[in-house]
Design a protein around this ligand. Sequence first.
Ligand code: PRP
Ligand code: MG
Length: 214
Amino acid sequence: MNKEKLRIAIQKAGRLNEDSLKILKDAGISIDNGKEQLKATSSNFPIEVLYLRNGDIPQYLRDGVVDIAFLGENVLEEKGDDIVQSLKLGFSKCRVSLAIPKSAKYNGIEDLAGKRIATSYPNTLNTFLKKKGITADLHIINGSVEIAPNIGLADAICDIVSSGNTLFKNNLKEVEVMMKSEAVLAVAPNISEARRTILNKLEFRLKSVLNART
Ligand code: PRP
Ligand code: MG
């Protein structure tokens, strides 16, 4: 028996976690969640699941610590534009947007010139602003970005928007959509032939699930 296993990274906690496990289940792959919480295997498919922090996953793919991952395009745009995206998975749809206080006036992106923008997406934001010829003062925050304007830390924020609830609760309005995103199957640059064979089988199954869902 061939013991070769494909290593997949799945978000440890958060929006992608549940839908990622669901699509594997729908593909007929059962994941046995043992006591070892950050690692799991399957009894019916040669796969090993590692539960990792979203933002760390591009580096793990690059280093070959994992072979593939279910990851948001937004994370790849920010931290992994060198990584191959093989399949769009149709879930975890969101956008990366700029927002400002509801009461503030907005006539266009030039209104943000010289302003303080709080974000967890500095690379994506920098690229966007550069393209628009705007210079702003970026403040990098890892979470709860939407609170920044209310505590006087920033004039605007740039973060992911899904339902829009977080913006609403913090009295913010979305003024620019920088990118649209969904979960994708991301593949490490140098995966072995043996693992590529397993990946092909997985892709085949995922495609059937996606076809059945539409
Ligand atoms: C994410 C993201 C936004 C929010 C968007 O935050 O950073 O704040 O979800 O979703 P919504 O439009 O449906 O409200 P998360 O709750 O994951 O927390 P964090 O920012 O502190 O990591
Ligand atoms: Mg947030």
